[in-house]
Write a protein that binds this ligand. Structure first.
Ligand SMILES: NC(=O)c1ccc[n+]([C@@H]2O[C@H](COP(=O)([O-])OP(=O)(O)OC[C@H]3O[C@@H](n4cnc5c(N)ncnc54)[C@H](O)[C@@H]3O)[C@@H](O)[C@H]2O)c1
Length: 380
């Protein structure tokens, strides 16, 4: 018999869907003691929230997240709302003794993130941040190969996250669909939205970043604001590029932009080591490219590993070898690992403290871009 775990999800947008799908699917494929129950969804628009609840099978609806947090029948609060709401909701949920899953980036700034870390640690509530790319099987396999020492000493870590959806200067900022362009709601632009993912993966695969030199640009300086109706200054970064030094001596090169015409969500990373290199591409997410210099010369070359065999990470839980899975499965894996963590007492990562480390790197990027100087990353 599985134990029910009552979930209260806040926000029914992109991530509200991705998470609801994960809760609904996880026990079909993973053998777990806990079973998420879609108890309540919360959003300000009651009609839309009702429609979402009906589609996804939520038992009830709330229109004020404070009411949801007060409810005795909710075990876990899932924060799927814009970045400027994460801290207030998470701190209140921790005080109410709820488990918390929070979308990334953890917070608007490092200091705000630290308050959240302190709140969950004081309340001793299980917590996790949705840096889901760690759980794409090919990325998890990259971690396994690195931890086995196959790459040897690491020289380079190179990551990019490229999009092209904000090039039109007529696109307004702010409001429901465009909060990402409004600094008051998002905190930053591509730095917190896209680079945050690249940094979480990098810290996990390659350890701490020690220092950073960054530059950012806002290509469209003014946009009409959907909430005020006025043309206002744009406060987010449209593009961010940084170089840096990892603690293990390797060099970092990172780029993210929403102005790379032709690219929709091109997240790639490449790691070059003394013996071997690894390359991964979100557009081809079930493959890991691997080059091993120790192979016999006449057959040496890049291998394109189709990460779909039953001994690949997570894949034994899915279909037969050779059949691949996709983006949504990374969220299913994250829920599975979180529930396993509750079972075993070994929490799934990244928890708030781990995600706070990424926040400190984001702060260092923005500080360096502003000061035009190298900045040392504070280690949390
Ligand atoms: N892990 C990932 O890959 C990933 C991908 C996309 C977004 N995100 C993160 O998820 C979060 C949400 O992004 P999204 O793309 O789902 O946004 P979205 O705009 O699609 O959805 C946001 C939802 O929050 C609701 N909302 C806003 N303020 C609210 C409030 N005060 N009370 C209740 N509901 C409120 C909106 O009505 C909407 O349902 C952001 O922090 C974002 O950075 C993460």
């Amino acid at each position: 018999m599985t134990k029910p775990l009552n979930v209260g999800t806040i926000g029914y947008g992109f991530m509200g869907k991705a998470h609801s799908n994960a809760y609904a699917t996880v026990n079909h494929f993973f053998d777990l003691q806990y079973r998420p129950v879609l108890k309540a969804v919360c959003a300000r628009n009651a009609e839309k929230a009702q429609a979402f609840a009906a589609t996804w099978g939520y038992e009830s609806v709330e229109t004020d997240w404070r009411k949801l947090i007060e409810r005795k029948d909710i075990d876990l609060i899932d924060i799927c709302t814009p970045n400027n709401t994460h801290a207030e909701i998470a701190i209140a949920a921790a005080k109410a003794g709820k488990m918390i899953l929070c979308e990334k980036p953890l917070s608007m700034t490092g200091p705000e993130g630290l308050h959240m870390v302190e709140a969950v640690e004081k309340a001793k509530v299980p917590n996790m941040v949705w840096y889901n790319y760690r759980r794409v099987p090919a990325v998890t396999l990259a971690k396994q190969l690195i931890d086995e020492g196959r790459l040897g000493r690491i020289f380079h870590y190179r990551a990019k996250f490229l999009q092209d959806w904000t090039i039109n200067p007529e696109l307004p900022q702010g409001g429901a669909a465009l909060w990402r362009l409004d600094a008051a709601a998002a905190g930053s632009g591509v730095t917190g939205d896209l680079l945050a993912h690249c940094i979480d993966t990098a810290l996990w695969l390659n350890g701490n970043l020690d220092s950073i030199s960054a530059t950012t640009e806002t290509f469209v300086k003014e946009r009409k604001h959907n909430l005020t109706g006025k043309v206002e200054k744009v406060g987010i970064d449209d593009a961010a590029i940084f170089m840096g030094r990892f603690h293990n001596g390797s060099l970092a090169s990172f780029e993210s932009t929403r102005y790379a015409r032709g690219h929709k969500a091109l997240y790639t990373f490449e790691i070059n080591g003394e013996h071997a290199s690894i390359f991964w591409d979100l557009h081809d997410l079930h493959r890991l490219q691997y080059f091993d210099h120790r192979d016999q010369g006449i057959v040496r070359g890049w291998r394109s590993i189709h990460v779909s065999d039953s001994d690949h990470p997570y894949m034994g839980n899915w279909w037969v070898p050779g059949l691949q899975i996709g983006y949504e499965h990374s969220f299913v894996h994250q829920v599975a690992d979180f529930l396993k963590g509750l079972e075993t007492g070994k929490p799934a990562m990244p928890d708030f403290r781990d995600a706070y480390r990424t926040q400190l790197v984001l702060d260092a990027i923005l500080e360096s871009a502003k000061s035009e100087k190298w900045v040392k990353v504070v280690h949390g």
